[in-house]
Design a protein around this ligand. Structure first.
Ligand code: IPE
Ligand code: IPE
Ligand code: MG
Length: 231
């Protein structure tokens, strides 16, 4: 069975490049190309939701030249998504705080989300300037404002309601989390949403992560015995 929702922390672009004596940005270029390969393959395999982590709230701490290069690649990537949305039948959402992104990029995101709404193949969520703690802070502020204005009551707050205030509202929780390149941590990704997901770590760096690697990960997922606190 193919997981309904796969979340990926695509890691290892920098190390991939360093090993080849290339600048880190070459790794990001290769990594961006691989997003298209893997998302198309995931759709063909029957995955309904794919959520990829491409830039964290912490990644602004990197050298400005690297941040600029990543943002340029993401901008191009989003343009391609817009161009190919129909052909790929993909509905795209951006998770994260968009207000810190370049105004041009914000405009592109708004257009992409609007245009791709009608497509019902793969739901592709791209986390840009995303941090789970930041997401929870933003959601909590909105909930507090809605309590203050009388729209909701503190007694109405349930875990379902909290889910509906997060960037992932309307998106079911991931079944499966994949992190590439050997690190075994969440790095502030989807802390609320991954509460009951299966975790999978591979040493393969993201630019080398192939369709075969994805198939192997899914085979491993199918060997897991998922439980939710029951027997
Ligand atoms: C993942 O690759 C991409 C981003 C975080 C933007 P890294 O750039 O983290 O690559 P490593 O982990 O340094 O090898
Ligand atoms: C996590 O990777 C963020 C993304 C993949 C976008 P990092 O490479 O930034 O995470 P750390 O610093 O190793 O925890
Ligand atoms: Mg990394």
């Amino acid at each position: 069975m193919v997981p309904n929702h796969i979340a990926i922390i695509l890691d290892g672009n920098g190390r991939w490049a360093k090993k080849r004596g290339l600048p880190r940005t070459a790794g990001h270029t290769q990594g961006a190309k691989n997003i298209e390969t893997i998302s198309r393959a995931a759709y063909k395999m029957g995955v309904k939701y794919l959520t990829i982590y491409v830039f964290s709230t912490e990644n602004w701490k990197r050298p400005q030249s690297e941040v600029d290069a990543i943002m340029k690649l993401l901008n191009n990537y989003l343009s391609n998504c817009l161009k190919n949305a129909k052909k790929n039948n993909m509905q795209v959402r951006i998770l994260g705080d968009k207000t810190r992104l370049d105004p041009d990029m914000q405009k592109k995101i708004a257009e992409l989300e609007e245009v791709s709404k009608q497509y019902d193949g793969l739901n592709l969520n791209v986390a840009i300037n995303y941090g789970s703690r930041d997401e929870i802070v933003r959601a909590t502020r909105t909930i507090a404002e809605d309590v203050r204005s009388g729209k909701i009551n503190p007694d109405d707050i349930t875990d379902e309601m909290i889910s509906n205030y997060l960037d992932t509202r309307e998106v079911p929780d991931p079944d499966f989390l994949i992190r590439t390149s050997g690190e075994e941590r969440l790095s502030n990704y989807l802390l609320w949403q991954l509460a009951y997901s299966e975790f999978y770590f591979t040493d393969v760096p993201w630019p080398d992560f192939s369709v075969k690697d994805l198939e192997m990960a899914i085979e491993e997922y199918n060997r897991r015995n998922r439980r939710y606190g029951n027997v």
